[in-house]
Design a protein around this ligand. Sequence first.
Ligand code: HEM
Length: 390
Amino acid sequence: MTANVDAFDAWIRSSFVEMNTELEELYFGQEDRANVEGVGDAIKAQLRDEGRKFVRALMIEGNTDEGFDCAFGLLGDLGLYLAALRRHELTNPAREKKSPFHEASALGLHIGASLGVAPRFATSHLSTHNFAIDGKPKSFTSLKDEYLFLDLNTRGIFSYKRAADALMRIAPLGVSHPVALMLFEDAKCALDDVSRYDDALFDQLDTDRFFYCVRPYYKPYRVGRQEYRGANAGDFSGINEIDLLLGLCRANDPYYAQLLVDKMLFMMPADQASLRDCMRRKPLLDELLDAREKHSGERWFKDAARAFLAVCDAHGAAAARHHDRLVARFIDKPSKSLETRHLEQLTASGPPLPVLLNALAILRDLRMAANRSDIPTAYARLQELRAAID
Ligand code: HEM
């Protein structure tokens, strides 16, 4: 790390967190908790100006190439700073044609383009690649609900990655290999863990604190001219690898393929490569259905199909929890009590809330292989497999 990178990182881990937390307490103490205008203006200006000094020095230094972790870590720090400016309404893509933060944009574009990722902070900066110092990972605030959210998100993401890793290892063995059963079981356990962490969030996270003080840092913002959507816990390849390897979603479904293309740059380069690899593989569901005619009476086929179906059920159960519990409790419900002017702000530059909810419901139903005739779910094909082992 260069001295400038170090200094900026130290600021992001200290004064930046203190100022954000102070502002959150001011907003949250109001009768209208969603109001940001005219509150804590001196702190907002301090946050903007202190950050700008570090960013200017880094932009002039130019040479940020001290290895991927260093450049990626710096992009994360820069992204946290820009996301905070957006959260405190010091920038808003709906009223601007380009980011008012020229130095930060130049630095972000430089690093993002050189690494092959979006020039903003992504989920991995606050989860799988959030380097802790002295037991403390990075965060926007020191609020306990943000810590809880980040901790459980990270656990959920790693659990999805474990499931994807196990399924990926089945392809070179083939579904009839005796050890494939162990890998199916590993994937199921990992997906059960995802549900467990979802349940912990559901039980422990405070709705208002999350809605008013944590989620606003995940809004879209501009870097240069272009607006980049907010980060979300789904910006890693593992969940899509599971979708594709199981055969619940298809890379040639235009809706799903579009989603993959759109999220590609929000993932780490290694995730991008592994997702591309999965897009070329034959789904396990197809392997099993192809084997059905010749082998459905055999022990290995019944065992493998049962183990495969148990993984599909666990994946569907986690998807249902995400949508029907987490999204419903922490986004949909609180947004209903929001004043219209704030609701516009909530959805500004992102898709309107009903559109977002509908898109998430489609993903849930694909993963659950729901019986829907309007989208291409795996319902009928899973029924065929179930029938073959009954
Ligand atoms: C308080 C908890 C959570 C809430 C309220 C929540 C809400 C959301 C919302 C609203 C989106 C849509 C993206 C957007 O906001 O623009 C999303 C996407 C996503 N979230 Fe969560 N989420 C939560 C926790 C988690 C956890 C723990 C995981 C597990 C890793 C997760 C996995 C995903 C995935 C994979 C996506 C991408 C869409 C998909 O492929 O389904 N989320 N989430």
